[in-house]
Design a protein around this ligand. Structure first.
Ligand SMILES: *Cc1c(COP(=O)(O)O)cnc(C)c1O
Length: 372
């Protein structure tokens, strides 16, 4: 019996490496509310991802970071501008964050041949006067399109927040490029490339905006105990910050390990003539290896062949948020391009320490798809 290969096997820093940070807690007795460890993590991440200080605040999750960025930037809906334009091709969290901030999601289809929303591709029949917010997504950790969306925001006056949940490595490779007038939300969930267990951050060039984001994540309170804006509890605890600090201590080693995994995937794919079908880092985040099938039927054959070999696969974004039962029941319309694309993209197993023999097994099963 073959052992099952899970689609993602997270690897957080060993407990031993987190202990020196946790040991500070006993004497200090500060456990949350952006304590010293969270501040230290923010300072280190700001330098790594933006090249300068005061560009980032931490959050309890990627969803909390999105929700805080929305409240700090667009605020709750005003007047008729109650809709948030969201690409269907994303994880459900994007839509739930908009709804938590008071917006109704309006799902947008993709342009043929694209897997992300670009300002130039927006449909001409959008109800522009009803849009309070646009939430573009950087799929699978691609570089967020800060320049394009900043220009859109300046031109239309419609506020934009980018969901770049998995884009830690893209930002790391080009520090500062993602920082601008549009806030960018990151996730540090255990399945993402950089993780604090649960966590996230808002990256933004607007210092006052970052204070408002932190305020939103602290019940609307900042500097005083008075609640002066819409808020919720979105704070990263000191325990989670300790995990992030330990992770950053091993940054170079971990990045090198991930490069080796991508190189192994590339080599195995080439050996089976499947190089064109695999999407791998650095184009996407190292927590993903994606198989792009020729059609939905080809993808289904691939998933079946892999399942027979005991290999788990996942459509990370399902068939799009609009196709999820909850959103269908709320009246979300089908999005043909999104559903066509989503049906073709399959997540393959990834782990920082995945064996070369397992990758070979995955490629063999892919090459044999449709043979039975
Ligand atoms: C992971 C992810 C999120 C949610 O992040 P959490 O930290 O789990 O809240 C949101 N959007 C996208 C695109 C994601 O991949």
């Amino acid at each position: 019996m073959k052992t099952t290969l899970p689609v993602y096997r997270p690897l957080l820093p060993p407990v031993q490496s987190i202990l020196p940070y946790l040991a500070q807690l006993d004497s200090r007795r500060v456990y949350t509310n952006r304590g010293p460890l969270a501040e230290q993590l923010e300072a280190r991440l700001a330098v790594l991802l933006a090249g300068r200080a005061d560009t980032l605040v931490t959050a309890a999750s990627g969803t909390a970071a999105l929700q805080a960025a929305i409240l700090a930037h667009a605020g709750r809906p005003r007047g008729r501008r109650t809709l948030a334009l969201i690409p269907g091709y994303t994880f459900v969290a994007t839509a739930f964050a908009a709804m938590a901030a008071g917006y109704e999601p309006l799902f947008c289809d993709l342009a043929p041949g694209s897997w992300r929303l670009r300002p130039d591709d927006l449909p001409p029949d959008l109800p522009t006067s009803r849009l309070g917010l646009v939430l573009p997504v950087a799929p699978f950790g691609e570089m967020p399109l800060q320049r394009d969306w900043s220009a859109f925001q300046a031109r239309t006056g419609i506020k934009v927040v980018i969901d770049a949940a998995a884009s830690f490595e893209a930002l790391l490779a080009a520090p500062g490029e993602a920082v601008g007038a549009v806030p960018v939300a990151l996730s540090f969930h255990a399945t993402k490339s950089f993780s604090t267990g649960e966590g996230g951050a808002v990256l933004w060039a607007d210092r006052d905006g970052l204070v408002r984001a932190a305020q939103a994540m602290n019940f609307g309170m900042v500097y005083t105990r008075e609640s002066r804006a819409a808020g919720f509890n979105g704070k990263l605890s000191e325990y989670h910050a300790a995990i992030g600090l330990a992770w950053l201590d091993g940054l170079d080693r971990r990045i090198a390990a991930r490069r080796r995994v991508a190189a192994r995937y590339r080599k195995a794919a080439a050996a089976h003539g499947l190089a064109d079908h695999l999407l791998l880092p650095p184009a996407i985040a190292s927590c993903y290896a994606l198989f792009r099938a020729d059609s939905g039927a080809d993808a289904a054959a691939a998933s079946e062949s892999l399942a027979r070999a005991g290999i788990e696969t996942r459509r990370w974004y399902g068939l799009g948020v609009q196709a999820e039962a909850y959103f269908r029941a709320r009246g979300a319309a089908p999005l043909p391009e999104t559903e066509r694309l989503a049906a073709r993209i399959i997540g393959l197993p990834v782990a920082e320490d995945i064996a070369a023999s397992d990758i070979a097994r995955i490629l063999r099963a892919l090459a044999a798809r449709g043979a039975q």
